[in-house]
Structures are given as structure tokens and as C-alpha cells.
Design a protein around this ligand. Structure first.
Ligand code: ATR
Length: 289
């Protein structure tokens, strides 16, 4: 007889997430939903791992028989240095959020944040095409860099990058522009309204608008009404940026989908099922926010 599904056995597929603190991570709820939904004999475990212990903990995955793990704040950059092999996009992003234990026991690191962003954008703004025109990206943290890489790979003609601390935007441009491909241009934070002119996509990757943070102040007048406005903040779901964009007729994309879609490649690799992002999953994750 089969054991009850909730019982783990030696055959169960195990993955997890490393964070510090890990209590903020939505990933256990998300992967837990999929495990149950697809009836998989497996588990996804949150690990509260201090930065000083992170490398030891990550390197222990093969010895523990884990299939792999997600990596969240503050370990994503460190993870790139601790793994055996990285995908090209992880190297360009400079951070790892998904680790797979390979058959020979080595660790492969990937970064699926930009993938998740683009998948959700394409799913929610069906009319948006990368070739439509310039993208304006606000912010220059880790999320920004993942999104810039994804937009470059998707083929956007220009990325106008703007950040309060201009130097951080310049660092992203220097890392990702090449002699032959200089599509990233850097602009002053004070010019953020003017550079919306002719844009086909506006993305907020800053923390502005997040609950407890100041609102993002930006005059959208120069932005074409045909442009898509995407805010990766999802607490609250309808930020003041999205509300203002919606009011003037722009298509809007909320931030929750990026979180859901970035989880798909890891789940598929560890648990051998391609999971779907559905309204029921969104509601389930949202119920805890
Ligand atoms: P993550 O890795 O989550 O993308 P991060 O590295 O913490 O984030 O970066 C947060 C982003 O929000 C940065 O672009 C930051 O701007 P700075 O690089 O100038 O710090 C931006 N940000 C946070 N608070 C801000 C504020 N009050 N005004 C403007 N930008 C802000």
C-alpha cells in the first residue's frame, strides 16, 4: 500500500529555499500549492540560513540528497560564487535564485527572475511586443538587473535606465552594454518624467510604492497611452503608479505574476512537472499577503 501523500519517504523529492530572514519568502506557499495540486511525493522546505553559514548550507544540498533550492535575500549574489556552474543569464545578472543538484552531484545555478518578469508581462499584456519601442526602467538593484537582461534578450530597441543613485545604473550599463550593443542608456533621476517620451514600456523596479515606503512620484504625461506600465511591487497589488497609469488608459501589469512565473523552472527541474500559473494559485498566494 502507498503511504499517505503527506508522508515523506526515501523516494520523496526534496527542495527548499535559503533566506535570512526566510519568513518573508512566499516560495514555500507557492511550491507547496503546486506539490499538492499535482499530487507530487515531495517537499519544499524554508531554511533560515545566516549569511556566515550560507556557503556550507548550499554546498550540503547534494550530500543531503536534495534536488535543489531557491536562494533569496541576502544570498543571491553570494550563491553565484558558491556554485559549480552557472547559466549564462545568471552570470550576466550577477546573481542566482535557483539551484539544481545535477546527477554528478555538482550545483548548477540559474536566475529566473527576468524570465518570470517577461513571462508575466507577455501573459498579461498580450499586445506588447519587444520591438514596439524603448523601455524605461526605474531602479538599479538586483531586480532591475534581471529585468534589463531579460528585456535585452527579448530584443527591445533601447533601455532607458534611471536610478536615484546614478552610479548604480551606470554600473549595470557598463556590465551589460558591449562595444557592439549599447542599447542601455543611463539618465538622471530628475529626468524620469521626460524620458517617458516615446516609451513603449515603463517598469518600476524600485521599492517606491511598496507598503511602508514612499509613493513613486512620476508625471506620466509624456508617456504614450499605448505604453504598458509594469510595477514589480505587489504589496499593495494596485500601486499608485498602476492606478495613475490605468486612469489615463495605459495597460498595466502587476508584480505578483513575476514572483509566480520565476518559480516555474525550479519546480519543473526538481519535481519533474511543468507547473501552471493559474488564477487559483494567485488567489492562494495573495491570501497570505
Ligand atoms: P532589489 O535587489 O530588491 O531590486 P535594492 O538593491 O534594494 O533592490 O534596490 C532598491 C531600488 O529602489 C534601488 O534602485 C533604489 O535606489 P538607490 O540605488 O538610489 O538606493 C530604489 N529606491 C529605494 N528607495 C528609494 C527612494 N526613496 N527614492 C528613489 N529610489 C529608491
Amino acid at each position: 500500500p502507498q503511504p499517505p501523500r503527506e508522508t515523506l519517504t526515501g523516494k520523496s523529492l526534496i527542495a527548499g529555499v535559503f533566506g535570512w530572514p526566510v519568513t518573508h519568502s512566499r516560495s514555500p506557499r507557492l511550491h507547496g500549492y503546486w506539490l499538492k495540486h499535482y499530487g507530487i511525493d515531495g517537499a519544499y522546505i524554508p531554511f533560515s540560513t545566516h549569511p556566515a553559514q550560507f556557503e556550507t548550507a548550499l554546498r550540503a544540498l547534494p550530500a543531503l540528497g536534495f534536488r535543489g533550492a531557491n536562494v533569496t535575500l541576502p544570498h543571491k549574489e553570494k550563491a553565484l560564487a558558491c556554485i559549480d556552474q552557472a547559466t549564462e543569464r545568471a552570470r550576466r545578472i550577477g546573481a542566482v535564485n535557483t539551484v539544481m543538484v545535477q546527477e554528478d552531484g555538482t550545483l548548477l545555478g540559474d536566475n529566473t527572475d527576468g524570465f518570470g518578469f517577461l513571462e508575466h508581462l507577455q501573459a498579461s499584456a498580450a499586445n506588447w511586443r519587444a520591438g514596439d519601442g524603448p523601455a524605461v526602467v526605474l531602479g538599479a538593484g538586483g531586480a532591475s538587473r534581471a529585468i534589463v537582461v531579460a528585456l535585452l534578450d527579448a530584443g527591445v530597441p533601447e533601455i532607458r535606465l534611471v536610478n536615484r543613485t546614478t552610479r548604480r545604473a551606470e554600473e549595470i550599463a557598463e556590465a551589460l552594454n558591449t562595444a557592439a550593443d549599447r542599447r542601455i542608456t543611463v539618465h538622471d533621476w530628475d529626468h524620469r518624467a521626460a524620458i517617458l517620451d516615446g516609451g513603449a514600456l515603463l517598469v518600476n523596479t524600485t521599492q517606491l510604492g511598496l507598503a511602508g515606503q514612499p509613493a513613486l512620484e512620476i508625471d506620466l504625461a509624456q508617456l504614450p497611452v499605448s505604453a504598458v506600465v509594469d510595477d514589480i511591487v505587489y504589496v499593495p497589488m494596485e500601486t499608485s503608479l498602476l492606478a495613475a497609469a490605468r486612469k489615463r488608459g495605459n495597460a498595466v501589469v502587476d508584480g505578483l505574476g513575476m514572483l509566480l512565473h520565476q518559480a516555474r523552472p525550479g519546480f519543473a527541474a526538481w519535481f519533474k512537472v511543468e507547473p501552471d500559473v493559474t488564477p487559483a494559485l494567485r488567489d492562494f498566494v495573495l491570501a497570505d499577503i
